[in-house]
Design a protein. Structure first.
Length: 167
């Protein structure tokens, strides 16, 4: 994968170099600019307001576009979707929303981003409750742990509204 990425970057650099200043001077198309890092998108105050727990600073999980917070038996994660396996963030959102896997519940939710859905395992809170949000060409997921399902939905929605306002 690194080899393909390196070839892609080198190839893109070659195209830009050969195309001259006309291509390089072209302004970027207007679009929603997604944040490059997840941890700064939620404050301790927002986490406490939504969950009732006190949280420490967030820690990136595996990349700057993912973050996890811990507080008083509660866990919150945020993942900003990136292109993966040829699928854009919106493609990933749409695939998840259409999922019919046994034991997994996908439930539409209004009032967050352009479109959103909850995702959780039926009859279990162990895996938490996720809220996947699409806004423009971007998508992200908030997942909360340590709550009963009804409370998890409320917490995930409040936090997702906070994050969506930053896109």
């Amino acid at each position: 994968m690194t080899t393909c990425a390196t070839v892609g970057v080198v190839g893109l650099g070659l195209v830009v170099a050969l195309s001259g200043p006309a291509l390089q001077a072209r302004p970027a198309s207007p679009a929603i600019v997604e944040p490059a890092a997840a941890c700064p998108l939620l404050t301790s105050a927002q986490l406490t307001a939504a969950t009732g727990a006190t949280f420490g600073a967030g820690t990136p999980i595996s990349a700057p576009t993912s973050c996890q917070w811990f507080g008083q038996g509660k866990i919150v994660t945020l993942v900003i979707r990136r292109p993966l396996a040829g699928k854009s963030p919106v493609d990933q959102f749409n695939t998840g929303k259409a999922s019919t896997l046994p034991g997994i519940t996908v439930e539409p939710v209004a009032g967050v981003g352009d479109d959103a859905y909850y995702v959780f395992f039926a009859g279990s809170n162990r895996a938490g409750c996720g809220l996947v949000v699409k806004k423009g060409a971007s998508a992200f997921e908030i997942r909360v742990y340590g709550f009963d399902l009804a409370q998890a939905k409320t917490v995930a929605k409040a936090l997702s509204q906070n994050v969506a306002s930053t896109f």
